[in-house]
Design a binder for this molecule. Structure first.
Ligand code: PMV
Length: 309
């Protein structure tokens, strides 16, 4: 069985979404493919490995009571780059495993498996990446009333996220990868500690939530100027929160003259930025000149699926 799931770019609300604030993300045309078959042990890409070293697979196999499997992965989502590679891994794996086990495999089922895997391996997470990879298109969490089509709710402890599908706006996005790999877990923990220690961090997180709500409204009107402003402001707040880095700031600054707005996307600390633009060539050139790797993305692609090989 082969599962396939897209990566994503977060337009607004990373980090603050972990605390239940609104966020919006788009599925992008970078994919993770996971092929699964029954086997005598757990093997990954042809090697017998310890499942405990691969917590996403381990958790989803545990959910489904499966001990042994052969798993092969293939990916065009750059790893640890803020583009949702681990969510796409979980979603493609869940889709393929559910097909192998002849279980229901709705986008909701896949999103729940994947969030569980992401949460247990990261220690803390929101369902933005996993729900977007499972559902595809444009996905908003805790979106303002009336702007989205309600899909499902995910709860963890005292936090609750209503997941909705929102219309994919007509826009051009360019991603710029710094090439610096940064794991999501430690950045999420850093923000949690900052929030626990200071009122200041809580205020910034609240502000990011309001900005995301405002941005989702501008997006629904196809107001690219308004959306771009929210994105750039979101980047400033993420920088104040301590999750940007000089390389990301350099790429954001370089692309702003040719963009409606630009910001880091995903957990930050390296990884990628995204620019909203109608001058993709100029933006790509600016990213290249500052040492980043640019690519224009097709946003709003279909979500996770699986088929028999
Ligand atoms: O860097 P990524 O693609 O893993 O995105 C992380 C997004 C965060 O909001 C920082 C964490 C989360 O679980 O929502």
């Amino acid at each position: 069985m082969v599962g396939n799931a897209p990566g994503k770019t977060i337009l607004l609300g990373e980090h603050s979404v972990v605390f239940g604030k609104p966020a919006v993300a788009l599925a992008i045309d970078r994919y993770m493919t996971c092929t699964v078959s029954r086997g005598p042990a757990f093997s990954l890409n042809g090697y017998r490995v310890k499942k405990s070293k691969h917590p996403h697979f381990a958790r989803i196999m545990e959910i489904h009571g499966v001990e042994n499997l052969n798993v092969d992965t293939n990916s065009t989502v750059p790893p640890s780059s803020g583009l949702g590679s681990s969510a796409a891994l979980s979603a493609s794996f869940s889709a393929a495993l559910r097909l192998l086990l002849e279980k229901e495999a709705s986008a909701r089922d896949i999103a729940l498996d994947s969030f569980d895997a992401e949460y247990s391996s990261q220690g803390r997470a929101s369902p933005i990446d996993t729900s977007t990879s499972a559902q595809g298109g444009a996905v908003a969490l805790n979106c303002p009333e009336g702007l989205g089509e309600y899909l499902w709710t995910i709860e963890k402890g005292d936090l609750k996220w209503d997941v909705s599908s929102v219309p994919t706006p007509e826009l051009t996005l360019v991603v710029g990868n710094t090439g610096i790999r940064a794991a999501t877990g430690p950045l999420v923990q850093k923000v949690r500690k900052f929030k626990e220690k200071t009122r200041f961090a809580s205020d910034i997180i609240d502000e990011m939530g309001q900005l995301a709500e405002q941005g989702i409204q501008t997006m629904s009107k196809n107001d690219l100027v308004g959306l771009g402003k929210c994105m750039t402001q979101n980047h400033k707040l993420l920088s104040i929160l301590g999750v940007s880095c000089p390389e990301l700031n350099k790429l954001v600054k370089a692309t702003l003259p040719y963009s409606y707005g630009a910001k880091l996307t995903g957990s930050g600390g390296g990884g990628s930025m995204v620019a909203l633009t109608d001058r993709p060539d100029a933006v790509c050139e600016a990213i290249l000149r500052r040492g980043g790797e640019p690519f224009v993305v097709t946003a709003g692609v279909a979500g996770a699926s699986a088929r028999v090989l």
